[in-house]
Structures are given as structure tokens and as C-alpha cells.
Design a protein around this ligand. Sequence first.
Ligand code: ZN
Length: 351
Amino acid sequence: MNKAVQVGVIQDSCFFEHKIEKSSKECPERLRKLYHDIEQDPRLAGLIRFPVQAVSDEQIFRVHSEHYLKQVLAHAVKPDPYSYDVDTYLTPESPYIARLAAGGCLALADAVLSREVDTGFALVRPPGHHAEIGRGMGFCIFNNIALTAQHLIDRHGLSRILIIDFDVHHGNGTQDIFFQTDKVLTLSIHQNNIFPFSGQATEIGQGEGRGYNINIPVPAQFGDAEYSCLFGTIVQNVIENYLPQAILVSAGYDAHAEDPISQTCLSTEGYYAMTRALQYFASNSDSRLLFVLEGGYEINSLSAAACATLRALGEPPAAQGFLHAPRVIQLIKREWPHELIQKWGLNTAIF
Ligand code: ZN
């Protein structure tokens, strides 16, 4: 019998305290529903919870500018919660809750790196992947996954970290922060021509980071088969050639077919399959694996797909098959930069 996989989570009611009177899509109910469903699912009874702690100013400044933190603190106490940005509300509580969200990710990363648990999923909010060095946007205050990657470099001495972002929106903040380094390879799969309107395939990084920023913008209607094909043709190759010491996943559930914010068509089973694939890639390359929650705004599909991710993480890694999707082959032939093919290769066995 296989030994049970130990899955750590960050699950804390403190994250309900970032909220406003007027409704926002990025609301406490997203996590309330997910936490409730986790408690109801006997297959998730073995999750191991870790306490949250706030990130310090010094940790924030490893990723964000001092000017930006000053702006966040100043706007948080203004009467209008939208004084900073049209989406990213800031209340007096918000900066501290955002510090706890990032700090929760760091605590779980420590547990995963020290092998206290095999893998983990930080179920936190506000999300982070749109927050750039000097600017918050798209509901994101501090870039949780970037702070985690930087922590793995600073505290654990890692030098090859892969961030995979399958939120339906481009992870522009994470790209901005790591655009000029090869210590963090960022790979974002997102719907093209929607918020934040960045993330072209031609944005491949700069200086030492050239070739270490990978964008895969996909058209509306891409679903399970297309994502599976992308994992088999591109993601697997990148991992086999980069050999990351840690794989961090910006797990957004807004690419789900039920989510009103996008037109991509992933199913709950599709999210399960992506998790199984990433878990297998990680075990194959002896890499640590950590998921961090980003978007997902239809609370039922968010909860169902995040629970499917947790179930997948709790199963022993096993080889996965990938689907053939003609639209992916066309997309790669039409748009995939030659420089990235040369650097990372392309698995054409699936073509
Ligand atoms: Zn999103």
C-alpha cells in the first residue's frame, strides 16, 4: 500500500476580514464556501493546518517598492475604499490581512521545504499575482507567490524556482517582478485579450531572465483537452529541462466553465488532471510543490475545483497521459516563439 501523501493547508478565518459593504467579486464568501466544503468532505479529513504570520516590511521590500507600501497604507485609511484602484479595495484592515495572506504562504513553503508535509495549498485571500513591484491591481495587494519565491531564494538558498500560473488572467505582477532573473521561471497560461491585457507570447524576459518568462495566451473556449495538450507539449518539457527545485502554482479557478469572468471552459475534472500532472512532474524532477490560491469568482465551481486539487495532491504521484488537441498544435505552430522552442524544446510526439 502507498504511504499517504501529507498535504498542508493554510485555512484561517482571518482572511474573511478583508471586505467591504458594497459587494465585490473578491469577497470573503469565496473562502467561506471552500472552507465549509473542505470540512464536509471526508476525503479531505487528513489535511494538516499551519498558523499564519504577517510578512514584515523587509520581506515586502524584497519584492515591492517602499513607495508602493506607503501608498497602500495611506489609501487604506481613506474613507473611499476604492481611492487607490477601481477593483482593489483597501480598508483599514486590508494591509494587515494581505500581510497575513503572504505570510501564510511563506509558513507553508517552510513546511514543504523542510518536508514536514509532502506538499501544500495556501487557501488565502486577497490574491496576489497581479501585484507588480510598484503597483497593486486586480484585487491584489501584495504578490503572495512572488514573496514566497523570493523567500525560497533568501531563506532556503534555492536558485531555480518555477511559477506556473493557470489563473485565467495573465500573472502580470509575477512577470514584472521576475522579468530579469533566471532564478525564477514564470509560466502563465491565460485567456488572451482580457484583463490585464498583457502576457503576449513574445514577452520572454530580459537580460539574465531572457527565455525565463513564458506566456501562453489562449483563445476563449479552450478547455480540458487543450490545457492537457499544453501540459504534454510545453509544460512537461520546460520542467524536464529547467529542473526546478520548487514548483509554485498560482492556482486560479476563474478559467472554470462556470466562472462568469472568463470564456475558457475547464471543468472540475480538468483542474484535477492538471494537479495530477504537476504532482507527477514535481516528483519526477525531485521538486517541491506548493499551490497558492489566486482567482475564482463563482463560489461553487471555485470550491469544487479547489477541493479536487486538494484530493489530487493527497494521492500518490503517478504517470499521466495527455490529450491531443488540434487547436493547440495550430496555436503553437502559429505563435510559439522560436527562441523558446530552442531553449526549452517542444514535445512533438503528441502532434
Ligand atoms: Zn484571475
